[in-house]
Write a protein that binds this ligand. Structure first.
Ligand code: SAM
Length: 251
């Protein structure tokens, strides 16, 4: 487990998804795509954060258990859900416990995504569904309107060697290698109107991109902020448009 990533999310737990309802919206869309549950169907949400997927799945009728590796997230989850501190690659549940396992925007930040995918399969009942999301790319006809990703690409040259999060992996191949069948993918889209440029900058401080910004040398971070704000401040309306990809497979 990458302790600096977990420490980051632990520190951000109070502000995560509070500036803009971004993760909540992806979580709702993820839950909407799950089958309607049979009575008593059990769902495990891995890396649940503030409960974007978990709360929406509970509202859809699932009996939800939420896990996360950051104590600050688990403390907050425990106010409304059955919540446990656990690493995604070491779930302390017996084999075949759950009907559905979800993981919203978490598998891609792990050091070893394949272990977490195998662990999801282990805790699923035979035939159970694993559904996880990863960010972008934006599909045709749904272009980003802000230039933040161009800035992230450009400024990645200034990161220290270990200054990133997660590893690139092939989602479908990883699901198949873990023994999942019927692997499928679909895109989810979020479009939010942002009140002003400062709000967007603040939003970038409250989730995984915070690590990127913190890892930049101070003068580069200041330059990033200036260039982001200069671009946005000239606009009548700031729109945050992002896609995520939902991957599913059957155990
Ligand atoms: C980008 S957030 C996503 C949270 C939530 N699923 C959502 O959709 O808003 C990533 C979450 O993964 C958690 N996390 C990071 N590493 C983890 C690990 N090894 N095992 C379990 N959770 C982890 C973080 O604490 C954080 O809450």
């Amino acid at each position: 487990m990458s302790s600096d990533v977990i420490e980051l999310f632990d520190r951000l737990a109070g502000s995560y998804d509070e500036v803009l309802p971004f993760f909540r919206e992806f979580g709702r869309q993820t839950a909407d795509r799950l089958p309607l549950p049979a009575p008593g169907a059990r769902l495990l949400d891995v890396g649940a954060g503030r409960g974007a997927v978990a709360h929406a799945a509970r509202d859809r009728g699932y009996t939800v258990t939420a896990t996360d590796a950051a104590p600050g997230m688990v403390d907050r989850l425990a106010a409304t859900l059955d919540a446990h501190l656990m690493d995604a690659a070491d779930l302390r549940f017996p084999d075949g416990t759950f009907d559905v396992v979800t993981a919203g925007l978490v598998i891609h930040i792990l050091d070893d995504p394949a272990s977490a995918v195998r662990e999801a399969r282990r805790v699923l009942k035979p035939g159970g569904l694993f559904a996880f999301t990863v960010p972008g790319p934006n599909p045709d006809g749904f272009a980003m309107t802000d230039r933040a990703n161009e800035l992230f690409a450009e400024f990645s040259a200034y990161l220290p060697p270990a200054g990133s999060m997660g590893v690139a992996f092939d989602e479908s191949a990883t699901l198949a290698a873990a023994g999942f069948t019927g692997v499928a993918e679909t895109d989810l889209r979020v479009e939010l109107t942002v009140p002003d440029a400062e709000t967007l900058w603040r939003w970038f401080q409250t989730h995984g991109s915070r690590k990127f910004l913190d890892d930049l040398p101070a003068e580069r971070r200041a330059e990033f902020r200036t260039r982001l704000l200069d671009d946005l401040n000239g606009r009548d309306r700031i729109v945050l448009r992002r896609a995520a990809w939902l991957f599913t497979g059957l155990a």
